[in-house]
Design a protein around this ligand. Structure first.
Ligand code: PRP
Length: 181
């Protein structure tokens, strides 16, 4: 396998910033007066959650779950491992699961089931990227940042073999190094 390289920028930093601000405004309106908890799915959502939390203008709590399905491959293994659970009590809280990407749907379906068991008052999903592809599990996305084509993307939290998470934009990795999912 060749060394992975960025092929092209799919979503520039400025567009991400604008969209995150919009979603933050929507979330602030929709959850005003409610006990909101943003739950980020590590590792991929750490950048999006950090920016979204600062764009949400109402009081809220933040927590994380750690889910993993890709390992070091560029397509989902289909088996989701939940390595770390939330630490907050979610009972009767309004939970918004924050994800970087809705791809096969396996991760979110697994996380929804786990979070629903904690008795939240409501449970919705916010995903920065929604990949245009057939799903293995369908979930409803309340807030979607961008619809994208079915290509393997990195940056803004997303990785390829743990690289590229720090990039401020979303990019497509060279086909020599990563196959499409
Ligand atoms: C990626 C991504 C999402 C999930 C989406 O996580 O961050 O959480 O896959 O894919 P799905 O819809 O096909 O389940 P990954 O398993 O690579 O772990 P990471 O977040 O630690 O990178």
């Amino acid at each position: 396998m060749n060394s992975p390289a960025i092929e092209r920028i799919l979503i520039p930093e400025s567009e991400i910033r604008r969209r995150v601000a919009e979603i933050g405004r929507l979330v602030s309106e929709d959850y005003r007066g409610r006990d909101l908890v943003l739950v980020g799915a590590l590792k991929g959502a750490f950048v999006f959650l950090a920016d979204l939390a600062r764009a949400v203008a109402i009081p809220h709590e933040v927590d994380f779950v750690r889910a993993s399905s890709y390992g070091n491959a560029s397509s989902s293994s289909g088996t989701v491992r939940v390595a770390c659970d939330v630490s907050l009590d979610l009972k009767d809280k309004h939970v918004l699961l924050v994800e970087d990407i809705y791809d096969t749907g396996c991760t979110m379906a697994t996380l929804l089931e786990r979070l629903a068991a904690k008795g939240p008052a409501s449970l919705e999903i916010c995903a920065l990227l929604v990949k245009n592809r057939p799903r293995e599990a369908e979930v409803a996305i309340r807030y979607a940042g961008f619809q994208i084509e079915n290509v393997f993307v990195v940056g803004y939290g997303l990785d390829f073999a743990e690289r590229f998470r720090h990039l401020p934009y979303v990019a497509v990795v060279s086909r020599n190094s990563a196959r499409t999912a």
